[in-house]
Design a protein around this ligand. Sequence first.
Ligand code: PLP
Length: 395
Amino acid sequence: MDYNFDQIIDRKSTHCEKWDVKDGELPMWVADMDFKTAPPIIDALEKRTAHGIFGYSYVPNYWYDAYINWWKNRYDFSIEKHWLIFTTGVIPAISSMVRKLTTPAEKVLVQTPVYNIFFNSIVNNGRIPVECPLKLIEDGPRYVMDFERLEKDLSDPQVSLMILCNPQNPGGIAWDKESLSKVADLCFKYGVTVISDEIHCDITDPGVRYTPFASVSDVARDISVTCLSPSKSFNVAGLHSAAVFAANDKLRHKVWRGLNTDEVAEPGVYAVEGAVAAYTEGGDWLDSLREYLYQNKLFAVDYINKEIPALRTFEENATYLLWIDCSKLPDEGKDFARYLREKTGLFISAGKIYGKNGVSFVRMNLACPRSIVEEGLRRLKQGVEQLINERENIS
Ligand SMILES: Cc1ncc(COP(=O)(O)O)c(C=O)c1O
């Protein structure tokens, strides 16, 4: 079926976090998409709405089946029904697990640059984030894991939890089996539990399949809790619908206890229907979307390479987020996101929120119609040229 991802849909006046900006500004920051969700999801929610009664819900069997079949069919990974727990969001679940699986003043490791809200889940609960930087290599250029540094950081007895981001936001990397296996072995060696946030797993480049952390070895499966959700893949973050699974009974019981104590384990009526429609009928739409997003990415990378040589992009194979190196700009691009918004209205994310090593970077969300990507890139170029010209005139 053909889907019209070129259609521009006005999201203003819908309490939309992304688009609640000044007139003339172009928001390409927070990770949601400017596309309508898949038609089967809209149909399922309309059907549920027509029923007209919105009382308390429980999680029906077909919700479990939807997750199990999606992961089996798309990723050849078998999730057992009793491993799965519904939760209202990945971040509510991660915050709850940080509280349940660690004690105050313990350390939680993240590989930076990484999704900024992980820091909130750690710091707001009185735990200490340990930034273990990913390594940038010229082959690509691309990010790889720095295992020497990872081992050193994991060996700190105060580190009891690691939050893995697979695929990595903002770097756009679906991690390979070998890297994930090494993470599992090192975490096992130092007694560290892994939360694998796999919320971006469905959005990979066409032909690329992400590897679930729990699939790489028995060790990985035994020491980890995985977070899943249709929210990024199907643009349904507002439904507050997610899941965690853990194969290890003891670990799962702890997580289940924590999620229930924190009251983040009960679904709203739309959360179940939306997830089930996504995972049972949304595959065709998702694959068309992935192709469209891939073309957006190719277009953006090509444009930046040709038109904005001061910036650098990286080899990515997942997510709709483009991570851009601005270190060749004046002041190493440290305040570039703010400058760009002020001078051109293009609102993208400043890299420093993703960790100390993100300071000279920006993150651009390409999940929008191509014409918006084109306009965003035009403003990006304008901002770079204006900044360079201003500095040349001063010196
Ligand atoms: C890696 C990652 N985890 C979690 C979230 C948010 O998840 P939720 O809305 O389910 O709390 C995001 C949103 O951008 C994300 O990028």
